[in-house]
Design a protein around this ligand. Sequence first.
Ligand code: RIB
Length: 287
Amino acid sequence: MSAPSITVVGSVNLDLVASAEKLPAPGETVTGASFTQHPGGKGANQALAARRLGADVAMIARTGEGPNRDAALALLKEDGIDLSGIVSDPDQQTGVALIAVDAAGENQIVVASGANGDLSPGDVKVPGRPDAILCQLEVPAACVMAASRTPCGLFAVNLAPAGPVPVSLLETADLLIVNEGEAEFYGDGIHRGPGMVALTLGGQGAVLYRAGKEIARAPAFTVPVIDTTGAGDTFCAALVLALCEGLEEGDALRFASAASALAVTKPGAQPSLPWRDEVDAFLKAQD
Ligand code: RIB
């Protein structure tokens, strides 16, 4: 079987990460943190996760120029993602995410979108007819709508971070992926179309619905939690890849849960994204 082709339309960020004992309350200063810097952005994370899990991946995005761009794209380049659809804008900054992670692996993220916010529908030039297009909401909704009009095998949207989108997007996507907070934001609107909805429930696993009816459920795997950043992105990429590979829905959901479980066992977003052989070995060890 040839590798599925997946085009990701989404954000590219540089993640500036402070790991501290606890997250600050509003107005509070927390000291004693350690600092690291990683490539990130929900779009780029999902592109890299799909690539590491076995897909041929093309990325459509916008960045600034200079060292932040180079750092943000380093791992995508290293792992062989097609970056020809990434526009670099000399007048904009590459997106930056300020991330605080606590000792339990929970995070707070503030994104300075920079060039991500300037991605335009005209930038969405998807190569060929991919097996899947995967979008998130760290770029303008008009770009996601442009992607939705592009022929592909499976059109998937991770509704993160939650924000207003045209109802037609919710009703026509083949697959919507949400966490509990996002599901609450959109309410019943995500279940009105004929497509699938994947709901992640953290420690309670994940559920897959079609046209509002539960069709599969996967329990969470118990792993040591170091950093949850990027785990949701891994889940999205893994689920889309598995569905493109023709896995039955329950198996695809289990594969995605396993991949995201592995992502929380390492620090950082992109450095924590698992490779296919790691996920396969992890799943085999569970049998
Ligand atoms: O989903 C995690 C990502 O959200 C981080 O990499 C950060 O860049 C933000 O976009």
